[in-house]
Design a protein around this ligand. Structure first.
Ligand SMILES: [Mn+2]
Length: 230
C-alpha cells in the first residue's frame, strides 16, 4: 500500500489526473497516459559473468536482486530503495575466483542500463548531489549526467572486506558505472569509521543524487546544455 502511494506521488507531475487512482498496474497506466517508461533491460554474458538486469528509473524502489554476494545485494537493494528505481538483477559470476568480475561487470551493465533508460536526456535536471549521513559516516556524492565519464573517488576503508565483498571493489564498481553510463561522478567520504556504514552511505548517496539528476523539470524544454546535446 505504501509502495503504491509512493509511486502515485512520484509520477503525479507526468500523469493525466483523469487516471488518478488507477495505478494497480503501473505499466498499463503508463501506456494509457502515453508516458514512455524510462527503463532498460540488458543481458550480458562473458566467460566470467552472466548478467540479466532490468531497471526502471520511474519506479518506486522495488527490487529483486541475487548476485551471489550478500553484502552487494544489500547495497543494490539500498540503491533501488533510496533512488526509487525498480531493479531486477540476476548474476551468475565466477565467485570461485573472487568477487571482482561479478561486482565490476554489474557496474558496467548498470551504467549501460542507466544510459539506455535515460535516452536523449530531454528535460532532465542533469545535476544531482547530496551529503548523506549514516551514523558516523558522512558521504558527499555529486553527479553530472554530462555524457563524459569521469570518476573522482576518495575514501579510506579499514578492513579488506565486508562479508564476501572486497572493499577495494567499491571504487571499481563506481568507476565501471560512471564510464558505461557516461556520467561525471564524485564520491567522497567526509567522515567514517565503520566500513559497512561508509559503503552503504555511498550507495544511498549515489541513489539519491542520481534520482535528482534524472528528474524531469518542465522548464527545461530541450536538454540542459548550451551545446544542445548531452
Ligand atoms: Mn546495512
Amino acid at each position: 500500500m505504501a509502495g503504491n502511494e509512493r509511486k502515485e506521488n512520484y509520477r503525479r507531475p507526468y500523469r493525466n489526473p483523469r487516471y488518478k487512482g488507477r495505478n494497480e498496474n503501473a505499466a498499463e497506466t503508463a501506456e494509457e497516459v502515453k508516458i514512455p517508461r524510462r527503463a532498460a533491460h540488458i543481458e550480458r554474458t562473458t566467460s566470467e559473468t552472466d548478467i540479466q538486469l532490468s531497471i526502471d528509473l520511474d519506479g518506486s524502489g522495488e527490487s529483486d536482486i541475487d548476485t551471489g554476494i550478500g553484502f552487494f545485494d544489500h547495497m543494490l537493494k539500498s540503491f533501488a530503495k533510496h533512488g526509487l528505481f525498480d531493479l531486477t538483477l540476476r548474476v551468475k559470476g565466477d565467485l570461485i575466483v573472487d568477487c571482482h568480475h561479478t561486482i565490476e561487470d554489474v557496474g558496467i551493465v548498470l551504467g549501460e542500463a542507466i544510459k539506455q533508460a535515460l535516452g536523449d536526456k530531454k528535460s532532465i535536471r542533469r545535476y544531482g548531489d547530496i551529503m548523506l549521513p549514516m551514523d558516523e559516516a558522512l558521504i558527499l556524492c555529486a553527479i553530472d549526467l554530462s555524457g563524459r565519464p569521469y570518476l573522482v573517488f576518495d575514501a579510506a576503508f579499514h578492513a579488506d572486506s565486508v562479508g564476501y565483498f572486497d572493499t577495494q571493489m567499491v571504487k571499481e564498481f563506481f568507476y565501471a558505472v560512471s564510464y558505461s553510463a557516461g556520467m561525471n561522478l564524485h564520491i567522497r567520504e567526509l567522515s567514517g569509521e565503520n566500513d559497512h556504514h561508509i559503503i552503504e552511505g555511498m550507495f544511498k548517496a549515489f541513489a539519491k543524487a542520481l534520482d535528482e539528476a534524472c528528474q524531469k523539470d518542465d522548464r527545461i524544454k530541450s536538454v540542459l546544455s548550451t551545446k544542445g546535446s548531452l
